[in-house]
Design a protein around this ligand. Structure first.
Ligand code: HEC
Length: 129
């Protein structure tokens, strides 16, 4: 009987420890350095424009996208946009997505001219002009 009680307490101890750990995850302060690294790895290929002559697949991102709403941005990152952008929920966890959102929200919007390349500035034809 006392042995069973011991096993029971042991199980409770582990359940509590696991809960404390997960509660410390997504609720903790965002890690901007990690957000920037993940952003460069996973998003930069479509959302940043390294050279003035290269095209960009997705829009430039900044604190102004999606009205600056962190939860909406996290949703877009997790589920993607049908036909346009892949979802990242199987690739990144909630904490990593939160770090990326926090990083994007430190970015100022680019000047209007840079935000939307036109046929005039790139010398190529684009459908979204
Ligand atoms: C394969 C290219 C691609 C990758 C990789 C990609 N995106 Fe996108 N993303 C797009 C495109 C294209 C759009 C615009 C979709 C549209 O206009 O319908 C978009 C739109 C968005 C939007 C909405 C912008 C707005 O104002 O409507 C957000 C936010 C976003 N992406 C964040 C991210 C983040 C963060 C990552 C990395 C985790 C990422 N994307 C990775 C292509 C990509």
């Amino acid at each position: 009987m006392t042995r069973h009680a011991g096993v029971f307490l042991f199980a409770i101890f582990f359940a509590t420890a696991a809960f404390a750990q997960s509660a410390g995850g997504p609720a903790a302060k965002p890690d901007l350095a990690q957000g920037r690294d993940l952003y460069e790895q996973s998003c930069g290929v479509c959302h940043t424009k390294p050279l003035i002559t290269s095209g960009r697949f997705g829009p430039a991102l900044s604190k102004q996208n999606l009205g600056g709403q962190a939860d909406v941005m996290a949703e877009v990152i997790a589920n993607g946009i049908p036909q346009r952008m892949p979802g990242f929920k199987h690739h990144l966890n909630a904490g990593q997505i939160r770090d990326i959102v926090a990083y994007v929200q430190t970015l100022d919007p680019p000047p209007a001219e840079a935000a939307k390349p036109t046929a005039r500035t790139t010398g190529e034809r684009r459908d979204d002009n």
